[in-house]
Design a protein around this ligand. Structure first.
Ligand SMILES: Cc1cc2nc3c(=O)[nH]c(=O)nc-3n(C[C@H](O)[C@H](O)[C@H](O)COP(=O)(O)O)c2cc1C
Length: 164
């Protein structure tokens, strides 16, 4: 069984496609948070993905399933995050939902892996920033769709090194 589970929430399918590519690169299971069970969060490594909706809100299925994350034992678990947003249309809440998930996981003792540089993005503010870096991989198919696959490929390579 894979040691890595990718769990995503996606409203129009963008985050789902990325999750499937990420899971394939990591040889991981890929699970929609809408149908996830507590056992799905028990692998040694988790990769959690969400788009941002409203003004800086979690994707709906994640919102409904937040308790699953709250109840999970994440202490010492290597956990990575990715998120879709729109840096031009929602420049002050860019990929905020990724930051919300990350904050919850860190409070529960998760070990953060997969931070990335904010270079190459143009936005005003993001809850997904920690000490000047993104807490995970920020993706933007509204403005930079041509960069998504290359960003995923580089990031999954980075994750494999950090997982060891
Ligand atoms: C009504 C609406 C609200 C949105 N709010 C935000 C936001 O606050 N911050 C952000 O970065 N992106 C925002 N987005 C952009 C979405 O996150 C983006 O379209 C994403 O690719 C959707 O992914 P999904 O299809 O996997 O849910 C919003 C999009 C819509 C249509």
């Amino acid at each position: 069984m894979s040691q890595i589970t990718v769990i995503y929430g996606s409203t129009t399918g963008t985050t789902q496609s990325a999750a499937e590519r990420i899971a394939q690169k990591l040889n991981a299971r890929c699970v929609d948070i809408a149908s996830a069970k507590a056992e799905d969060l028990q692998t040694p490594v988790l990769v959690l993905g969400t788009s941002t909706w409203g003004f800086g809100d979690l994707q709906d299925d994640w919102m409904s399933a937040e308790k699953l994350l709250q109840d999970a034992d994440l202490s010492g678990k290597k956990t990575a995050f990715f998120g879709f947003g729109d840096q031009s249309g929602f420049g002050d809440t860019f990929v905020d939902a990724m930051g919300i998930l990350c904050q919850t996981a860190l409070e529960k003792g998760a070990v953060l892996i997969g931070k990335t540089s904010t270079e190459g993005y143009s936005y005003g503010a993001s809850r997904a920033e920690i000490d000047g870096e993104f807490c995970g991989l920020a993706l933007d198919d509204a403005n930079q769709p041509e960069m998504t696959d290359a960003r995923i490929d580089a990031w999954t390579e980075q994750l494999l090194k950090e997982i060891g």
